[in-house]
Design a protein around this ligand. Structure first.
Ligand SMILES: Nc1ncnc2c1ncn2[C@@H]1O[C@H](COP(=O)(O)OP(=O)(O)OP(=O)(O)O)[C@@H](O)[C@H]1O
Length: 315
């Protein structure tokens, strides 16, 4: 379990992490999401003692990381896959790490096998592709068979097979009761991997909830409605929390109210409805809505006018 209390980090006058408190529970995959510069890596570095907090504290399994007698056996972390001695082979890098914790060489071979590095284990790390480097970083994180795994952007540079492999690895570790904390920019990937999300923007936590709650908590339920009496139905549904967009003469996109309620209001008002398709916002859209005020770097290229809710579940 990872517990952060009022954790903060300033770089000069820049507040990179602004008094965040959260708990990462064992037995599930927790995704750490946020736009560029939100403070994900800084938070992760503080968890493993690579950055000293300006305020607050963070513990792993009840203690600050550095106070564990054998940290590699407690926490496996992939933070910067490039921080490896370039002239060493993958195998000797892992052997050197293993030696610091009296981890048997058999385990080095196991993690090489597990991460698919067998064919390149004796090659110089300097010649590795980004994806191979990520695999080596994950191999190092797994070496001590730790109770807690912290992986910063683990699918960065991996091919589709590698992405699937990371997803299965994260899920299987969580299923064994371990604490798994992953950061990613890929909402679609998180929706397939994580059970729980912590969303950060400009150093502050803006959501900390199960994925389903993040989707459902944004007023995302709604429906695409077909009727000959669009105006009358708009009047019948009018309420503060209901947003209605007229798609065409006969079609309304209604958000903030579920399809059963829409049908009941139409019935009360004696309005014929001949199409009612429940819609739910995609995780990507929920994430964009959550972070729209918290993005540090905006791109000038805007997507075409957002459709808002999309038919069906889009995660
Ligand atoms: N060593 C440092 N010195 C000064 N500023 C830093 C340092 N490290 C991070 N920052 C700043 O702190 C903020 C948070 O950065 P951080 O790398 O934690 O964000 P992130 O969410 O991991 O971003 P990304 O997804 O782009 O990696 C950013 O504004 C960044 O520029």
């Amino acid at each position: 379990m990872i517990e952060a209390q009022e954790l903060a980090k300033n770089y000069g006058r820049k507040r990179a992490v602004d008094s965040v408190s959260f708990t990462v529970q064992p037995g599930r995959v927790t995704g750490f999401l946020g736009p560029n510069g939100a403070g994900k890596s800084t938070t992760m570095r503080m968890i493993v003692g690579l950055d000293r907090p300006s305020a607050g504290r963070v513990t792993v399994n009840g203690r600050p990381f550095a106070r564990h007698a054998a940290p590699l056996r407690e926490v496996g972390a992939l933070l910067d896959a490039k921080s490896v001695h370039k002239s060493r082979s993958a195998r000797s890098h892992l052997r050197a790490l293993a030696a610091t914790h009296s981890i048997p060489l058999k385990r080095v071979d196991e993690v090489i096998e597990l991460t698919g590095l067998g064919a390149v284990a004796r090659k110089r790390v300097g010649g590795f592709s980004l994806g191979m480097g990520q695999r080596l970083g994950i191999a190092a994180a797994l070496l001590g068979d730790p109770q807690t795994l912290i992986l910063d952007e683990p699918v960065n540079g991996l091919d589709p097979e590698g992405v699937l492999w990371v997803r299965n690895l994260a899920r299987s570790q969580a299923a064994q009761g371990k604490t798994v904390f992953l950061s990613s920019h890929l909402m679609s990937e998180m929706s397939l991997t994580a059970d729980h999300l912590i969303v950060i923007g400009r150093g502050r936590i803006i959501a900390d909830a199960p994925i389903e709650a993040i989707l459902n908590g944004q007023g995302t339920s709604g429906a695409l409605v077909r009727t000959d009496s669009a105006v009358e139905l708009m009047n019948a549904l009018a309420a503060d929390h209901v947003q209605i967009t007229r798609v065409d003469e006969f079609t309304l996109q209604v958000a903030g109210v579920d399809s059963r309620t829409i049908a009941a209001r139409a019935l009360d008002a004696r309005i014929l409805v001949y199409g009612l398709t429940p819609t739910q916002q995609s995780l990507e859209q929920a994430y964009m809505d959550l972070t729209k005020d918290e993005v540090e770097y905006h791109s000038s290229l805007q997507a075409p006018a957002a459709q808002g809710a999309m038919p069906g579940k889009q995660i």
